[in-house]
Design a protein around this ligand. Structure first.
Ligand code: AMP
Ligand code: ZN
Length: 140
C-alpha cells in the first residue's frame, strides 16, 4: 500500500525498533512510548482496521498477541499489567490507517496511560439493552 507508514516499516524502508517479527506480523516499539515498552503489533498484510479482517488474518494476528504480551511483561519485573488497545476510525483515535494493536505495559495507577469508562448503567433498563442486542444480532 503506497504512502502507508506501517507498510513502509514492514518493508524496511522506514526504520523501526523491532521486538518480534515473523511471516504474519511485525511488532515494534511505538515512538510515543506512552509507558516504557509500549509496542505495536501490526499485520504484514495491509488492512485499514478491524472491519477489514477475514477470519484467517484475525486468527494469525490474535494468536500471536499473547506470546508477544508475555515477552514484554517478562522483560521488566516492574510491569504489573497491560492494556491492549485497538483503535478503529478517527473518531476512535485511530491516526495510522494500517490496523495495529497497542500493547501498553502498566507500571502503576500513576503511569501515563489513562482510559475512562463512564458508567451509564442507570440510563439503561433491560428493555433497552434487549433492543440494542436484537439490532446487533440480526447483522450476523
Ligand atoms: P493510533 O492512534 O491508534 O492509530 O496509533 C498510531 C501509533 O503509531 C501512535 O501511537 C504513534 O506514536 C505510532 N507511530 C506513528 N509513527 C510511528 C513510527 N514511525 N514508528 C513507531 N510508531 C509510530
Ligand atoms: Zn499499510
Amino acid at each position: 500500500m503506497e504512502n502507508c507508514i506501517f507498510c513502509k516499516i514492514i518493508a524496511g524502508e522506514i526504520p523501526s525498533t523491532t521486538i518480534y517479527e515473523d511471516e504474519a506480523v511485525k511488532a515494534f516499539l511505538d515512538i510515543s512510548q506512552t509507558t516504557p515498552g509500549h509496542t505495536l503489533v501490526v499485520p504484514k498484510k495491509h488492512v485499514a482496521d478491524i472491519f477489514e479482517y477475514d477470519q484467517t488474518l484475525a486468527a494469525s494476528v490474535f494468536e500471536r498477541i499473547p506470546k508477544i504480551a508475555r515477552a514484554i511483561k517478562a522483560s521488566d519485573s516492574s510491569i504489573k499489567g497491560m492494556n491492549i488497545v485497538n483503535n478503529n476510525g478517527a473518531i476512535a483515535y485511530q491516526s495510522v490507517f494500517h490496523s495495529h494493536f497497542h500493547l501498553i505495559p502498566r507500571y502503576s495507577s500513576k503511569d501515563d496511560f489513562k482510559m475512562i469508562f463512564v458508567d451509564n448503567s442507570a440510563n439503561y433498563k433491560q428493555e433497552k439493552l434487549t433492543q440494542i442486542a436484537a439490532q446487533i444480532k440480526k447483522q450476523f
